[in-house]
Design a protein around this ligand. Structure first.
Ligand SMILES: Cc1cc2nc3c(=O)[nH]c(=O)nc-3n(C[C@H](O)[C@H](O)[C@H](O)COP(=O)(O)O)c2cc1C
Length: 189
């Protein structure tokens, strides 16, 4: 079982990455294979709606999208983290999920039945608006979205501050346990 954690923040080593790393550690304790990648260090252009991916499952734009797509394709779960930027997920993440969804839906719903989970960090406000955008992405791709006992959101601004949000840390630890259980058993119970 493989889990890909995708950091949508435009800076590395920030709060979103820290929250994802907490989940990564949780998954690894359960013996699951993980990889964490950061969009801050990758280049993903916007979808050009050229339809050249139809029937091919590849994109003609030569950037890092192809490598990310390959990692997602071989993963059983995709955990996305985003900071809130003006009430929305990051623009790098928006570019990726728009391109990914267009390609996936044109090619037989490639993400179907993978587990999808999102965690969100904001300095003050906008957590749920950003979270709901990502849930819409999972749902339209027919992915399985695990519920949790609270929304997986945290509040922090400067790098590292998320560690002071102990409720967020505990929530994502709990969620990573649920996802591990789902992956291992095919059901939460
Ligand atoms: C361009 C930009 C827009 C932001 N917009 C919001 C916002 O709408 N609401 C909010 O609460 N915080 C906002 N923030 C703060 C970030 O969400 C916050 O600093 C977060 O911890 C950054 O995550 P990171 O450390 O993973 O980069 C914004 C930050 C940036 C750089």
């Amino acid at each position: 079982m493989k889990i890909l954690l995708l950091n949508g923040s435009h800076r590395t080593g920030g709060n979103t990455e820290t929250l994802l790393s907490v989940m990564k550690t949780g998954f690894e304790k359960q013996g699951l294979e993980t990889e964490l990648i950061s969009l801050a260090t990758l280049s993903v252009e916007h979808c050009q709606v050229c339809d050249s991916c139809k029937g091919k499952s590849t994109c003609r734009i030569t950037d890092d999208f192809g490598a990310i797509l390959e990692k997602i394709s071989v993963s059983d779960a995709l955990i996305i983290g985003t900071p809130v930027y003006v009430g929305m997920p990051s623009s790098r993440l928006a570019a990726l999920i728009q391109r990914l969804t267009y390609l996936a839906l044109l090619n037989g719903h490639l993400l179907k039945d993978k587990i999808g989970c999102a965690v969100v960090v904001a300095g003050e406000a906008g957590h749920l608006t950003a979270l709901n955008s990502l849930l819409d992405f999972f749902l339209v791709n027919e992915m399985t979205v695990p519920g949790s006992r609270y929304w997986p959101v945290g509040t922090a601004s400067k790098k590292g501050e998320i560690l002071n949000d102990t409720a967020a840390i505990e929530n994502v630890k709990y969620l990573s346990g649920k996802i591990a259980k789902l992956l291992k058993t095919g059901g939460a119970r």
